[in-house]
Design a protein around this ligand. Sequence first.
Ligand code: ZN
Length: 118
Amino acid sequence: MTAPPALRRDSAIAEGKSRSRNDDVRAYAFARSKGNCEACEEPAPFITQNDQPYLEIHHLQRVSSGGMDSPKNVAAICPNCHRRTEYGADADEFNASIVKKIANKEMSLKCEPGTNAQ
Ligand SMILES: [Zn+2]
């Protein structure tokens, strides 16, 4: 009844094939977050030694179940929220709410007609 330990090929694929793409998506999510958790919207809990707000990358749909390394499938969230997506009594619901937030964010980013910030 024990699962065979050979089922970890996903991580091997992720490391070999799409590593740089992975990094791009991570960087994108961090930039999109602007230093605020993309789940609870609170500022990152602390600043790292590299002067960056500390947030963690969360895959909304697990890479192992077909989730892609695409901007819509990642969220930069605080450690508390990250743990909640795994251990929370409302983990599924909570994750679904992040999915919605990210979809909305992506939509508004795409619909914005230009770079009015600069
Ligand atoms: Zn949070």
